[in-house]
Design a protein around this ligand. Sequence first.
Ligand code: C2E
Ligand code: MG
Ligand code: MG
Length: 594
Amino acid sequence: MSKGDILVVDDLPNNLRFVSTILTERGYKVRSAINGKMALTVAQAACPDLILLDIKMPEMDGYEVCECLKANPKTRDIPIIFLSALDEAVDKVKAFGVGGVDYISKPFYVEEIIARITNQLDLQTAKAEIQNLNSQLEQRVRQRTAQLEREIAQRQQAQEQLLHLALHDALTDLPNRTWFMKRLTQTLQRSRQQKNGQYAVLFLDCDRFKMVNDSLGHLAGDQLLIAVARRLESCLHPVDTLSRFGGDEFALLVEGITQVEAAIAVAQNIQQEMAAPFHIEQHQVFINASIGIVFGSEEYEQPEHLLRDADTAMYRAKALGKGNYQVFTRDMYYRAFQNLQLETDLRIALEKKELRAYYQPIISLETGKICEFETLVRWLHPQRGWISPNEFIPFAEETGLILEIDRLMLRQACHQLQEWRSLYTEMRSLRISVNFSARHFSQSENLNFIDRVLAETQLKGTDLHLEVTESTLMDNALLATQTIQELKKRHIAISIDDFGTGYSSLSYLHHLAAQVLKIDQSFIMRLNEAPENKAIVNAIVSLAHSLNMAVVAEGIETPQQMAYLRSLGCEYGQGFAISRPLDPEAATHLFLST
Ligand code: C2E
Ligand code: MG
Ligand code: MG
């Protein structure tokens, strides 16, 4: 292998030959040119590693050749060693001035030529190495920079995702409560400063969502919630904020309005939109929303208070029937406050055992004998005296306290029956019925509780009757059917209470397979008012019988009513004409005296 490719340029053939020979001998590959033009052509055709260039040449001298080489990017970096007879300082300076060049003065010394050539070639190799290293380094820096940029972008994305997760609901991707409260805080502050920026908060709760969730499953429930979210979004203006608070609850902040009517219009629009069916897994699902509206006023200092009032209004709307809206009023606040008081009192009452079981007899209309007592809760409030169950039962159902009340009554009633049976042989075939709220009817825990109470009082399932009101049963239909099956296994009979007020369908009634139907007292009371009322009661009795159910008429207040019901073949009766609900002692007396 040659030590380097060297181009020798000299107009004197002797010089050319001399230099070429010594270089070839030393292992270099040598090309030669006898004038400047030729030198440029040769160099451009294939770049030599070094050029030995005579300065003094006719036509084009060495400097000119050097300039041309330096001007061309291809040949610019080729090291040049001038060969010069001129040994003047000016020439040297000129030669150095071009850069990347060296010079040798004539007469030539072989060792000097070789030394300078080696130097230049080494220098060139070193330069190339440095260049190579530099470009490697540059590439590494570039790669690392790109990697860092990617990492930063990923981190930023992750951070944005985290932030999004922290402020959004995962299911619907709507802003969550935290975000909503932040937004509401800003709106509240702004409106207090500007004194004219009005807004409203709408609180929405889907009606019948639980039923869909229970009957079609959670996946369908989730799909429905997403569909509801999208439909609600379609009712928004760009400045409004819609948020999911969890479950089937949504909150909406409506801004840039001047009157409450604008917020009402939004609520009406939402209810109209919600009226169309949702298509979930080949099912058509109808749900609606109860909406509470609170109009932002200067009185409000905290966003939580706005929400609290919107929530109160929503509950009011729900109580008025499904698919309603209500605007919050002061009056509601006091009622809510009273309810809170009632809730506290009721909790205390449960603890202090202020709740008592009273017993109202149910007689056989055929024999006039008492065959059962219905257990009815009574609350002796330390300040307010007797409070009617009609006042606190609906409320207890809303707050969930009903579960405790029902269990308390069930336990008291079973213990009472056990006591009666052990004390009086006449009471051995007596049964007891207990009202049970359908809201919590289906909790499996309840079945365990009933089993425990029956075991501790040594009663059989046939001794006990559960009364569930028709209207609440309808709301929880599917689960109720399963629970009734479980109760049947224990031989505990079910009565459908207040029948006629809950719009149940015939097929549903049949499906439920309850054993007793209690005609609501409103039908009995109106028996004598119009002939149609008689026809209705008549129809209910025949219907029950055709479904193999026994009938209890509630609210019998006159002997005439009783006589008529007996004539229809109605098996059992209950009402003030027989007896009001009584405390245990009075109930015992009554039983033993009839
Ligand atoms: P219900 O189960 O239909 O009970 C019958 C209600 O009618 C009782 O009212 C009873 O006092 C009343 N009543 C009976 N005969 C007559 C009559 O001839 N005329 C009139 N006007 N009323 C009569 P009460 O005790 O005020 O209970 C009201 C409702 O509260 C009950 O209706 C029942 O749905 C519910 N309730 C009572 N105790 C409990 C309980 O322990 N648990 C549950 N979940 N609900 C209960
Ligand atoms: Mg009842
Ligand atoms: Mg009833």
